[in-house]
Design a binder for this molecule. Structure first.
Ligand code: ATP
Ligand code: MG
Length: 350
């Protein structure tokens, strides 16, 4: 097991800086997920740890040793890519054995490792097949197997599940998580899928435009987001944001208002945040017109339009709810669960 430290890591391509000074300390055996929208710098950061991208400034340490100038093969890492990057002309066995052969490992040791890992991943029956004769999920497991046989100190994953269908993705994310716990290898996992991130991570790093917007356990980030970006990115469906004006007596939202709860001490024109799961249906001091209904089985999502408010409000309701488009629907907030953000800086107002 290894620790990884990133200190003031920066990356520029020509004159454009894309990673702006990132600090992350990863403990032994931790499962860290880098999550963020497309283009925020997840792959770049991962590839800097792997040694596949040069580091413009700052340091990457593995086990307290600076690895900035070490070749990828000397860093003790194994990486799994989105497209698996399997060798098409080699059998599954040879795909898994290839890296070990390059390391000049004795043949019987290679055989033992490949067989053991194949059993672990339940691909022992496909060892003589070529990758083209495997399903997506099987290929994915071969790519994992190739990473595991090398017995690395660190696993790096870059969106390894995005080529799979939804059901297989759920299965594979459980398998990867279980396997990682069993092998206890320090892991950095990149995804843009916040559900994958929440379910797999010991801790999340939410990246926004080359900056680590927040680092914490999934529940810390869900419960206590530092800014509007993190609040909107983590949680599905996303948090609602409404422009409002908080006065002593009432919070005005468009032409409607609610009494200002005593625990809300913020004042002025700010952004109110409320998650779809944090509405009350028993009390009704606000109302909106039903614009769209999404029936998900166990629950129903209502998209409501409030007068004078551009953004629709998304409310998660009981699956049995029978709503009609165009109807006026009363609702209220669970005021314990309100968040407030600065209109200009998007920072959380506590
Ligand atoms: N070789 C390159 N030259 C110039 N700019 C690059 C290069 N590689 C990446 N970038 C830029 O760096 C930024 C981060 O890219 P990166 O691939 O790390 O994003 P990402 O978070 O992995 O996105 P995605 O989810 O789409 O894979 C992007 O703005 C991208 O355009
Ligand atoms: Mg990427």
């Amino acid at each position: 097991m290894s620790t990884i430290n990133m200190q003031q890591l920066k990356k520029s391509y020509q004159d454009t800086e894309v990673i702006h000074g990132i600090n992350i300390d990863i403990e032994e055996g931790e499962f860290i997920v880098l999550v963020g929208p497309s283009g925020c710098g997840k792959s770049t950061l991962l590839r800097m740890v792997a040694g596949l991208e040069s580091i413009t400034s700052g340091e990457v340490k593995i086990d307290d040793k600076v690895v900035n100038d070490l070749e990828p093969k000397d860093r003790g890492i194994s990486m799994v890519f989105q497209n698996y990057a399997l060798y098409p002309h080699m059998t599954v066995y040879d795909n898994m054995a290839y890296g070990l052969k390059l390391m000049k490992m004795p043949k019987d040791e290679i055989d033992k490792r490949v067989q053991d890992v194949a059993k672990l991943l339940q691909i022992q029956d496909y060892l003589q097949r070529r990758p083209s004769k495997l399903s997506g999920g099987q290929r994915q497991r071969v790519a994992m197997g190739r990473a595991i046989v090398r017995d690395p100190k660190v696993f790096l994953f870059d969106e390894p599940l995005s080529n799979l269908d939804a059901k297989l993705r759920v299965q594979m994310r459980m398998q990867i998580k279980t396997l990682q716990q069993k092998l206890a290898v320090t892991t950095i996992y990149v995804t843009h899928d916040q559900v994958e991130a929440m379910t797999m991570a010991d801790r999340l790093v939410v990246l926004n435009n080359g900056i680590a917007a927040q680092i914490g356990t999934p529940m810390e980030i869900y419960d206590d987001p530092k800014d509007q970006f993190v609040a909107g990115f983590i949680g599905s469906p996303a948090m609602n944001f409404l422009d409002c004006e908080v006065c002593d007596e009432s919070i005005k939202i468009g032409q409607q208002s609610i009494a200002t709860p005593t625990h809300v001490t913020q004042r002025g024109k700010i952004v109110l945040g409320i998650r779809p799961e944090h509405f009350n249906q028993s009390v009704s001091d606000l109302q909106g017109t039903v614009q769209m209904i999404e029936k998900l089985g166990s629950n129903v999502l209502l998209y409501l339009k409030m007068e004078n408010s551009e953004q629709p409000v998304v409310i998660q309701c009981d699956g049995q709810l029978d709503a009609k488009i165009g109807a006026v629907y009363p609702f209220s907030f669970n005021t314990e669960k309100l968040y407030f953000f600065d209109t200009n800086t998007q920072q959380r107002i506590y």
